[in-house]
Design a protein around this ligand. Structure first.
Ligand SMILES: Nc1ncnc2c1ncn2[C@@H]1O[C@H](COP(=O)(O)OP(=O)(O)OP(=O)(O)O)[C@@H](O)[C@H]1O
Ligand SMILES: [Mn+2]
Length: 270
């Protein structure tokens, strides 16, 4: 006769590592003292000073996404390998860890978020801030109405060379950075107007209202997306920038790099 421990124990028996999502310090300590168990901590910040840590760019409310992005980061960093079996411990119903999922790492199901953060010219914190801004803008819209926006991040000199102004640039001679609290309010206001925002590697807002004129040659983005997405995708092939678009028509946030769509997130899911 099996007891409960035996049956539930199958979930973590023979795993290659335990992956703790946002553990408390004391919880992490308890794992560190268990012999023969590799512990990986995943979170937005390494608050427990874990030896092996994978940073999440966003708090993912959806648990399957949280785990998928965490494992993608661990794969990218060579902490785990394709086919490894992981016990992923996370919280679903409470603040503490209350759920364990047995997951096999699959290198083929990559979503591309780590490519976006780890191999871009722009500072990952800047990319994260812009992604959060686009998600926030997508959630709330502008005074209740859906808004669209396009942010081109990094390699700003080249991006400026491949674009032209649609209007007076409100950021001319200013020194505002994404992440400044006032910026999210400003960008929300300006996002009602046409064109793209150009942001430098270090997060300085270089311009609003830029009409992008990249060559669209060799750009492979899904059919059905319009001019904003085409321009955003194309500029990332022509330069070393990444582009983050918020669609006014379907409300999705999409990130492009190297002329390709890397990720697609629904702001309502965060
Ligand atoms: N080349 C461009 N550079 C900068 N902004 C552009 C460019 N082309 C279009 N846009 C911006 O995108 C807006 C929406 O255009 P369009 O509807 O064709 O794009 P879309 O990809 O369908 O985006 P959405 O999903 O938000 O409708 C335009 O009003 C304009 O502000
Ligand atoms: Mn459109």
């Amino acid at each position: 006769m099996d007891g409960l421990d035996d049956v539930f124990g199958d979930i973590f028996s023979g795993v290659d590592a335990v992956v703790l999502f946002g553990p408390s310090g004391s919880y992490y300590e308890r794992f560190s003292s268990i012999d023969d168990v590799d512990v990986i901590v995943v979170g937005t910040e390494n608050v427990v000073s874990a030896e092996t840590f994978v940073e999440l760019p966003l708090e993912f409310e959806d648990v399957t996404e949280r785990i998928a992005f965490g494992l993608e980061g661990a794969l990218e960093q060579g902490i785990i390998e394709d086919g490894d079996v992981l016990a992923c411990a996370t919280s679903v119903f409470s603040d503490g860890i209350d759920t364990v999922s047995r997951v096999r790492a699959d290198a083929d199901s990559k979503m591309g978020i780590y490519d976006l953060f780890s191999r871009s010219r722009a500072d990952p914190e800047v990319i994260k801030a812009v992604l959060e801004l686009a998600v926030e803008l997508g959630k709330k819209g502008q005074k209740g109405k859906p808004v669209g926006a396009l942010f081109v991040v990094g390699d700003a000199g080249k991006v400026m060379n491949k674009s032209r102004p649609l209007s007076y640039n409100p950021f001319e001679k200013s020194h505002v950075h994404v992440g400044d609290p006032i910026v999210s309010v400003m960008l929300k206001e300006f996002s009602r107007l046409d064109g793209a925002f150009v942001i430098s590697d270090s997060g300085k807002i270089v311009s609003a209202y830029r009409y992008l004129e990249p060559s669209a040659e060799g750009v492979d983005i899904p059919k059905g997306l319009g001019a904003r997405h085409m321009a955003g995708g194309a500029i990332t092939r022509d330069t070393n920038a990444i582009a983050i678009a918020l669609s006014e028509s379907d409300g999705m946030v999409r990130a492009f790099k190297g002329g390709e769509l890397l990720i697609e997130v629904d702001p309502e899911a965060y």
